[in-house]
Design a protein around this ligand. Structure first.
Ligand SMILES: O=C(O)CCC(=O)C(=O)O
Length: 290
């Protein structure tokens, strides 16, 4: 298994034109259930996430959820490496939800009562990475209103058809999908038996690009046939009134409402502005030649 992660070198600037979503992007999400934003994170923010994923991987924090078809026996040949939830293990990743551009984007899509309910990394190692089967996030989260929630999937590395980028079924959030247990993983569910592959739309994104998709949008990722690893970071948000996931998981819930505590109560630190500062520090190191 290769562990190479293609990462852009940090550049000596923190200037990012992005402060959130454009009105047209937010409208696309509302009208179609999803929107792809290729330049959501800047180069330094992307490099910061890449270095975090690499550190988590080196520390052995990701585990293989792929199985040999019985839903139990972990595969020794194909890998779908995950860490969920991930924020507890990485300061930059837990700070991402409190970055100005993320807060603005989520408020645009979900309004002022959004909470973050989960975060997760999916890493497909080069040549050995296997896909995540068709599902909607609402198959897990079970919100009565699929538009009340959104995933924000960030391409940590360039994501394309060859390395198993996100593929969606446009319009799928307007239909009901029965999910069954996916025996290619140790815990996933899937609606693959109901999918017509002709409806699939691959979303190719450069590293730092983001796909926002409501909880009803059915999606999957393919295997990684390239030499380089492909990681994705997914953050999940939902309007507070529609948060009905198992109460045992309520401890994961962080409010993002205006005036929020930046995660202070949850993480013991106000993370407002921390993601930008860490990305800026990376840029400073690049500028000083260190
Ligand atoms: O990145 C991946 O491989 C899978 C992502 C996914 O299924 C999700 O974010 O729900």
């Amino acid at each position: 298994m290769t562990t190479t992660l293609d990462q852009p070198a940090p550049v000596a600037t923190t200037a990012s034109a992005r402060t959130g979503l454009t009105a047209a992007e937010a409208r696309h999400w509302r009208d179609h259930g999803w929107v792809a934003v290729p330049d959501f994170l800047d180069r330094n923010e992307t490099a910061l996430l890449q270095s975090e994923v690499r550190a988590l991987q080196s520390a052995g924090k990701l585990r293989n959820v792929a199985t040999d078809g019985d839903g139990v026996t972990h595969s020794k040949t194909v890998f779908n490496l995950q860490i969920c939830p991930v924020g507890y293990h990485s300061r930059p990743i837990r700070a991402l939800a409190y970055a100005g551009k993320v807060q603005n984007a989520i408020r645009d899509l979900l309004g002022d009562t959004a909470v973050q309910n989960l975060d997760q990394i999916f890493l497909k190692p080069g040549k050995h990475g296997t896909g995540t089967n068709w599902h909607s996030d609402n198959g897990y989260f079970r919100s009565p209103a699929v538009e009340a929630g959104t995933g924000m999937w960030i391409a940590v590395n360039d994501a394309n058809r060859r390395n198993g980028t996100m593929t969606i079924i446009p319009g799928s959030h307007r239909r009901d999908w029965a999910h069954v247990r996916d025996h290619g993983s140790d815990h996933h569910i899937t609606c693959a038996p109901s999918i017509d592959p002709k409806e699939a739309l691959p979303i190719e994104l450069p590293a730092g690009g983001a796909l926002f998709f409501n909880y009803g949008v059915v999606h999957s990722t393919g295997g990684n046939t390239t030499d380089a690893d492909r990681a994705g970071l997914a953050l999940h948000f939902i309007q507070e009134a529609h948060y009905h996931w198992d109460n045992a998981d309520k401890k994961l819930w962080r409010r993002l409402a205006p005036g929020n505590d930046g995660g202070q109560a949850h993480f013991g630190e106000n993370l407002t502005g921390v993601f930008e500062a860490l990305a800026g520090a990376l840029a400073g190191r690049a500028g000083s030649g260190l």
